[in-house]
Write a protein that binds this ligand. Sequence first.
Ligand SMILES: Nc1nc2c(ncn2[C@@H]2O[C@H](COP(=O)(O)OP(=O)(O)O)[C@@H](O)[C@H]2O)c(=O)[nH]1
Ligand SMILES: [Mg+2]
Length: 271
Amino acid sequence: MNRIIYLLKKDDKEIGMLFQSLKLLGENFLPNNDYPVVVLHDEIIEEEIFSQIRNYSGVNFQTILIDFNSPEYKSRTEFENVPENIYVPGVDRGFGIGYRHMCRLYSYGMYEIPELQDTDYYLRLDCDSYFVDRVDYDIFKAMSDSGKIYGYNAIHRDNPIVSQNLWEVSKEWSETNRVLKVPMLQIPQYNVYYTNFEIAKFDWFLKSGYKEFFEFLDEQNGIYVYRWGDHCIKYLGVEMFLEDDKKLYLNLPYRHGNIFNINGFEQFINR
Ligand SMILES: Nc1nc2c(ncn2[C@@H]2O[C@H](COP(=O)(O)OP(=O)(O)O)[C@@H](O)[C@H]2O)c(=O)[nH]1
Ligand SMILES: [Mg+2]
């Protein structure tokens, strides 16, 4: 089945944004994309809060408790060179361990969640993802009817500070593995899919070479050491393994909050 997937951090601000995101989803997106919504969360959140969100937004959703204390997440935080927080000049917040767990989840961990295994296409949204106007067609159907695998709304560039080494180790890896673009020099460095909106075929990430690529990156531990984002990992992985005619650009009335544009970094987006 198709699904719309959120991850919720237990935090008043995030909960407030989820209220708003779901309300707009109900008004502008679900009328033509009537698929079940799932909210993942890693800390216990009172059922009362979820009921309030459902009542306020008018959107029903299933919740799934995930575990960031499992060995696959936690063990990677236990090395000496993993900072508690990662700071980027000009960005007024640090990227904590929770944020980096989120990056690992969305890079690959989500594809192993047992409750999601029967997912056909999924749409991932952030709590600060907003459909600001009516989406007047079924984007899931647009994807499946045309046999597309990966749909995106925007491509941006990441701040090199947080993608240190990623491109270099990926290039090395690509030299001994089967990838589409050889040499990998054809893949622009620092590009990212703006993954706060991402619609894709769930099992592609398990069946293509993407999984092996992710496992290699996971071994490098750059998500936790440098804060490699799921957005740059996705960009590289999709470029490496997905033919261009399987990608779909979707121009939708969509807005993502918390966008920081830093003077001097031109079009780099800092997250
Ligand atoms: N469980 C959990 N979720 C998080 C954490 N940090 C972010 N998220 C969730 O992951 C999604 C992306 O986070 P966001 O702060 O919007 O990232 P940004 O788009 O890079 O600014 C949101 O839905 C957040 O609620 C965290 O520490 N724990
Ligand atoms: Mg966001």
